[in-house]
Every structure is written in structure tokens, then in C-alpha cells.
Design a protein around this ligand. Sequence first.
Ligand code: ADP
Ligand code: ZN
Length: 571
Amino acid sequence: MSGHLEVNNSPRIQTLAASNGDPLMGVLRRYFGYDHFRGFQREIIEHVLQGGDAIVLMPTGGGKSLCFQIPAILRPGVGIVISPLIALMQDQVGALQQLGIRAAFINSSMSWQEAMVVTDEAKRGRLDLLYMAPERVVTGSALDLLARIPLALFAIDEAHCVSQWGHDFRPDYLGLTVLAERFPQVPRLALTATADPPTRAEIAKRLHLENARSFVASFDRPNIQYRVVAKNNPQAQLLHFLRREHVGDAGIVYCLSRAKVEETAQWLVQQGWNALPYHAGLPNGVRKVNQQRFLCEKGVIIVATIAFGMGIDKPDVRFVAHLDLPKSMEAYYQETGRAGRDGMPANAFLTYGLEDVVMLRQFIEKSSAEERIKRIEHGKLETLIGFCETVQCRRRLLLAYFGDDPPETCSNCDNCLSGMETWDGLVVAQKALSCVYRTQQMFGVPHVIDVLTGIKTEKVLSHGHHKISTFGIGKELTPGQWRSVFRQLVAGKYLEMDVEGYGGLRLCEASRPLLRGEKTILFRMEKGLGKKSAKVGKKKLSVKGLKSAVSSAVDALRTQGTPKKKLHGKV
Ligand code: ADP
Ligand code: ZN
């Protein structure tokens, strides 16, 4: 690095270097007002100052921006920052200018004259940082412009957007390969907060960063407590959580749909909370005001779709609550990562139910994406379901997903704190599977539960399900407990759900050893559902009819092999 600084004749840098002997610290203090670097920041900055390329993986809030901002200030020329978040560019640039950094942006919202002024400054090397959107960078005219600007570096922010594995794929990012080709001498940094190992590999490949040094920060956010609860009445559950733990706190509540955002925000206001909605369907002005109030006022709860949060930098968000299941671990990690950036205790709270699983699986199935992408998305969703259902440390699962090797327990997730209680659910599972079989593998969870608990609904009567052997054999569990059982059976792939249709349940290959009693199964004891089930699990097969139901289901599985298709047996 010192070598680089010797050839650098910028009077600015000489002043900084002379001021305290450590130019990096000088910049950090003088421009940003911080006293020390975090994690790998210094190493990354030094590496880039020496002209090296880098892949930077740091969790949201980890401090990625400094890793390119400081080298851009110190290196001669302009640092080009490629960021997909056009809406935030103005704020980011404004904040930098306030710190005395010569930053600007070019985007489609500017007049021709404004753009001219900026390009002129850039050509003269009078900027430290120039922000551009990816779709702009890859145009011929922008590349010609870049060729005429003295360049300090390229920073490719949100680099996971280049990955088709990712949840944020943007085709324009693929065009960024051209930077390596056209400007091989200019250091490039790819930065992201979300990268599982396949995504990481794809970033390296697509951006020609195979030889770049990787800096992977730990993804652990020890101050965030992870908690997942079974969804029964999400609004009431949220209210209970807020009253007990977050009176007066700022937080984010994520919902899947715009309608639910509106409804939940309104409801919270009626309950006396300072809540505001945010989703892409609201007028621009309203969104801006709500976001601003969340950022500036104390104790505002923002109820939002995933449209909210990219680039939000509010340190004292005390909780992030999900009333619906996000679609991947990446999304969950990124969204919950908006809590507790100040390092103080914060909560990630998720209500999770089977209906979410069905709906998200349907979304994927019905989307116009190609089969390969659908498979990837299904896989990502399944991983998240596994996270929700796990009886192990949630942090461990989360971090292992991002390639870390964390300890077995963390003492700051619900499973570690309460010691997940489980119960032996073999008999109950057999009842559930047999009943699915006996009702022709055509019906969804509610109907099967009606049959198990012996409720003569119109549907039960019209299908003659009050006459089958599994009718009423499950009265020892409440419908709520049965829902928990079915959720865990589906999550564990003992049952599959017809996602293209109406959520009808079918047996799977893994059902066989359970039905035969060759394998046991542990269910999570869910709080609030009572402990009745624990005893039930230990009961012997005592119900008349269950045995025969089980054995015919086993037979059917044996003769038909893996039941990818529905099993139509004679029952
Ligand atoms: P990221 O882009 O990784 O999400 P940012 O670069 O926006 O994170 O940084 C998150 C917050 O941490 C910002 O408020 C930033 O000013 C602050 N920050 C970054 N580096 C340091 C540091 N070395 N010391 C103190 N605060 C820092
Ligand atoms: Zn834990």
C-alpha cells in the first residue's frame, strides 16, 4: 500500500498521510468520524489500494460501503459504484457529500444538463465516487464515457444480483462482465450480504473474479434472537409479542401481500400502536413519508411487504416480525438483519403455518419461470421450512447455510433458550398417514382432521368418510395439535401436498417405514397447544381399525413403489 501512496501525488492524500502517519485511519476519522475499522474492512481497503480485486461477503450492516469508499477517496481517479437501488442513490450520495466526499450519481431521473455537469466533473477526475445503475453502465455510451474518465475502481454492490441462483437476479448484471474486459487494470470489488456457496461461485465466474481475493465475514448477528412460532392467529400473536417485549420500540412487520399490510397496519393503529404501511402499491409520496417517519421518529412500526428495507440504515430497529413465511433463507436473513444494527438486543419473530407453505409452493409452481429455476426456488423454500421445523439451534442452521461452521448451540434462539421439547409421535403419525390413505389421498389437512377427530361435517358425510375405519380415531388430539402434526409430516416429507391443486395430501416414500413402525418420529411440542399429545404418543396401537388401515396403506406403498402419483388402492 505504501508503494501505491508514494506514486500518488494527490495533495489531499499527502495531507492525510502526514496528519497521523496512517492514511487509512486518517480518512476513517476525518470523513466518517469512526475510531477503528470493523472486521475485514482494513484488509479489504489495503488490498484494493494495491490494485487487487475482491469479493466481499458481509452481512447487511456489516460496513461494506467503507470498503470501496475509502479506496475510492485514496486512489487517484473516480470510483464507479454500480448499485441497483436507484431510489436510494440520491440519499446515499447526499450523505457522502455531507461528509465532504465528492460524490455524484448519474441516472435516468436527471435532466440532460445535470448529467452533463456530472460527466464533466468525472472526466476531470474531480469526483471520488460516481454511482450508476447497472442497466446504464452496460450501454455503449456509458462505456465510452468510462473510457474517458480516470478510474479508481469499480464497486459492484448487491453482487448476488448476477446470480440466477439468487432471489434477486437482474439480467443487467450479466452485462457487467464487460468491465473486466474493457478495463482490466481497474480493481473491481463485488459486494453482497447474501451468498450461499453456489451463489458465491457464480459471482466469481460471471464477473470474472476467479482470481479475486474473497473476504467472508462471519454472518453471525449474536444480538438478534431468533424465534419461530406456529401460526394460529398471527395478529393476536404479534400483539402479544409487542405488548410483552416491544412497547415503544421501532420495528418492521413483514407480510406477504399488500392487502395484508394495509389490514395489519390499520389494525395495529386501532390497537393504539404507531404503525404505518409500506408497499409498492402505495403512491410514491406516501411511501416516502412513511419511510421518513420510520427513520426519524421514535418507536414507529412499519408494516411492509418485501418492497421495504433495501438500503434502510436505521440502527435501532428492535424487532423484525414476519407474519408470513419469507421465500428463502437469504430473504429471511436479509430481512431479519435489519434488526439490531446498533448491536443492542433485538428480536426476529416469525409465525409459520402450513398455509404459507402451500401458498409459496403454489406461487413457485404457477410462476412463468423455467423448470430449473422452479426447482431451485422449491429447494430454497424447503430449506427455510427445515429452519422453521428444526428442533436444533436455529442460529446454527442459519449460519451453516451461509457456509459458516458455528457451535452446536447459541443461547440466543428459542430452541436453545427453551430446550425444544419433543414427543414420540409414531402412533399419531400412523393415524394421520392412514387417514390420508383411507380418504383416497385427495383431501387437504382440514378435512382429514375432521375425519380423524370424528366430526360429521357435510363434506365428511357426503364422501361417506364417517364410515371408514379411521373416522374418529384421533380424538385425543385437538385440531390445533393435529395441524401441528400435519405440518411436521409435510415438512419432513412424510406427506406431500398437491401444490398445483387444492393442497390435497399424498403419501410419500418416507411414509412407509413409519407405517410399518420401523422408524420412530419425534414431533416438536408446541407451546400453547397443550401437552396431551406427549402421552398419546406412547400409547400402543389400541384403536380398532388402525392396524388394518395401516397395513393396507403399507401394501399399497409396496406394490406401487414411490408414490409420485397418487395411490389409488382399494381401501
Ligand atoms: P452494509 O452496506 O454492509 O449493509 P454499511 O456500509 O451501510 O453496511 O454500514 C452499516 C453502518 O455501519 C453504517 O451506519 C456505517 O456508517 C457503519 N459503519 C461502517 N463501518 C464502521 C466502522 N468502522 N465503525 C463504525 N461504524 C461503521
Ligand atoms: Zn440457538
